[in-house]
Design a protein around this ligand. Structure first.
Ligand code: ADP
Ligand code: MG
Length: 622
């Protein structure tokens, strides 16, 4: 079993492993750790409690994170980034329909794989912004524990896909953390309640997570100390915010004159805060009525909300969550009476109305609600961290991969398919495509290691997938599959999904690397994390830019009849400018130039669509 820990300041091994557990939430983030002889998890405190709002303010001088950043939400929305978790590992296309939700600027770019945020001429990736939140959390933990911290378990929703998980890992690395495991939030919550801590337990668990902006339900099967997600369902745009909004709408209806004056964004934001205050005051059922008289820009407000009002406003929202829960059970193929435990997670489950609804639906099932629902995910992450640190002798540690396994992608970047510390056996697959029109061969090179550039990792093997049918760039779907078995054999397969052509090889991936080799590799990767990731972001921007020039020029060749000579000329000029920038090292300049080219050529693509539609109509016989 490989298990090492390094003091990075002194660059030497340290005997005691300290791993923190982090809940990196959409609305709020928290950190916890297990302490003392009884190894109980506790959340670590800052000046204003345990919660760090997941908000980053992009100031001219410096970035602010948490409560300090939240204050800028009302007056400087374009610089105040919230909900960045929604952007992690996503492309612009994934988010296009939700653009209005974000108060800041997301760069519109149909081609790129990575969504970016622009503020004051600087481009930020979601990984960098999440890393800012994680750095703040790391700092908090270091202050609270009085020691430097290098290792963490970070939680993600069960529905996060491979790319979203990988982006979360990257963010951790950029914050200077060795991410020991990416843990599912529902699994973490169950661990916090002590489920899964003895191998003999066999249980079916439903985890109901109602947070600020998202809702999900997961059905877990726990067997022999291992959690398996049987089903997960949710609505990523349903949360406590919707209750706040319903309360605001209710108030505005009751005071039509005042509503006329409430159009400003800042006013609405203030009203929303009052609504949240009302909701929280009425949540546990002890208070029956919220009343507030206030002045907002000279308009006097009388805001009142009774607990029956709140119940009426919540009912349709809660019914939706219950519907989703029953779909999840259906997906898992089980009935409510087969569930042994329900676990409540998320700030919104503080509402008695929510607890009642859940109890009613899972009638007769034990509902775990004794832990603080905002904290439960972080607490569970700390339990997992403690298990990984080997501090719980009663729990068997499974064999893991000592270093990450992946393939080389455009620009010499390492794309990890099986991260370090994955349980063995393990498998993963991911889709790739071609970058040049008519490309018929693809080289697959397999690497082992933690660095962002393949040149610094160990090459294990390479092979060619031959005979891909000639298609335009981006159309072939090539699935690469990794399978790691317990004997140190990695099988790598590649298949073009449209034609079915396939190729497979087996390689030894060095399961029992000696500790020194692993140590050196880890030390290198952490010491170089910041510059490595900057290099990656740079290469990604350059690659995207080259791809964009390639497509734009192809478009000119094929569709010159759609463009005026000036347009043709201008497009080439913009391409030339971008190509020149690609050989320099200014990422923001490349990204800005890409935006200009994209903005300029977007109408041409629309013209092409119109022409295609026109042609289709002409051919239609009536
Ligand atoms: P996330 O997992 O999305 O980061 P949280 O679990 O921290 O979010 O939940 C935040 C939500 O919980 C907010 O909508 C907040 O208004 C709500 N909330 C917090 N405390 C209470 C309470 N006492 N009653 C009702 N809702 C609450
Ligand atoms: Mg949460």
């Amino acid at each position: 079993m490989t298990k090492i820990s390094i003091d990075l300041k002194k660059a030497e091994l340290v005997p005691n492993d300290l791993i923190i557990g982090i809940d990196l939430g959409t609305t709020n983030s928290l950190v916890a750790v297990c302490k003392g002889d009884n190894r109980n998890p506790v959340c670590l405190d800052g000046a204003s409690g345990v919660i760090v709002p997941s908000v980053v303010y992009l100031g001219t001088e410096q970035m602010l994170v948490g409560n300090a950043a939240k204050e800028f939400l009302v007056h400087e929305p374009e610089r105040t980034i919230y909900s960045v978790k929604r952007l992690l590992g996503r492309s612009y296309k994934d988010l296009r329909d939700r653009n209005a939700y974000f108060g800041y600027r997301i760069v519109e770019d149909e081609q790129g794989e990575h969504v970016r945020i622009e503020s004051q001429g600087t481009y930020y990736s979601p990984v960098e912004l999440s890393a800012a939140i994680l750095s703040e959390i790391k700092l908090r933990a270091e202050k609270a524990l009085g020691t430097s911290i290098r290792k963490a378990v970070i939680t993600v929703p069960a529905y996060f896909d491979d790319l979203q998980r990988q982006a979360t890992r990257e963010a951790g690395k950029l914050a200077g953390l060795d991410v020991m495991r990416i843990l599912n939030e529902p699994t973490a919550a169950s661990l916090a309640y002590g489920l899964g801590q003895s191998p003999a337990q066999n249980r079916m668990i439903a985890v109901y997570d109602f947070g600020g902006g998202t809702f999900d339900v997961s059905i877990l099967r726990l067997e022999g100390g291992v959690f398996e997600v049987l089903a997960t369902r949710g609505d990523t745009w349903l949360g406590g915010d919707d209750i706040d909004r319903a309360i605001v709408d209710f108030w505005l209806q009751l005071m039509p004159e005042a509503a006329q004056h409430m159009k400003k964004k800042a006013h609405m934001q203030q009203l929303r805060l009052f609504a949240e205050e009302a909701k929280i005051m009425l949540s546990d059922g002890t208070a029956k009525h919220y009343l507030r008289e206030d002045q907002l820009d000279g308009v006097s407000l009388k805001l009142s909300l009774s607990n029956t009002d709140l119940e009426q406003l919540c009912t349709p929202i809660l019914d939706k969550t219950i519907n989703i829960a029953s779909q999840a059970l259906h997906d898992a193929g089980i009935k409510t009476e087969q569930i042994h435990e329900v676990v409540l997670v998320g700030g919104s489950t503080r509402l008695n109305l929510v607890k009642d609804k859940v109890r009613q639906f899972f009638s007769g099932v034990h509902v775990n609600d004794s832990l603080n629902p905002d904290e439960v995910v972080a607490l569970g992450a700390a339990v997992e961290a403690d298990i990984l640190a080997g501090n719980r002798r009663d729990i068997l540690l499974l064999d893991v991969t000592p270093l990450s396994l992946g393939i080389e992608t455009l620009g010499g970047l390492m794309d990890t398919l099986i991260p370090r510390n994955s349980r063995i056996p393990s498998s993963a697959s991911r889709q790739y495509t071609t970058s040049v029109d008519g490309q018929v061969n693809m080289e697959i090179s397999v690497f082992q290691g933690e660095r962002e550039l393949c040149a610094q990792n160990r090459k294990l093997a390479s092979f060619q997938l031959k005979g891909i049918p000639a298609m335009p760039a981006g159309l072939p779907k090539i699935e690469v599959r990794f399978l790691v078995d317990a004997d140190g054999i990695l099988k790598v397969g590649a298949r073009e999904l449209r034609s079915g052509i396939a190729q497979e090889i087996s390689v030894h991936y060095q399961k029992d690397l000696n500790d020194k080799a692993v140590e050196d590799m880890l030390l290198d990767s952490l010491n170089n994390a910041k510059s490595d990731i900057e290099t990656r972001l740079m290469i990604e921007a350059q690659t995207e830019a080259r791809q964009l020039c390639y497509t734009a020029k192809r478009f000119l060749e094929k569709n010159h009849q759609l463009l005026t000579p000036e347009e043709h000329h201008k497009t080439l000029e913009l391409c030339g400018e971008l190509e020149t920038l690609c050989s320099e090292e200014d990422k923001d300049a490349i990204l800005a130039s890409m935006e200009r080219l994209n903005d300029y050529t977007r109408p041409f693509a629309e013209r092409l669509m119109d022409e295609a539609v026109g042609a289709a109509l002409k051919g239609k016989k009536l």
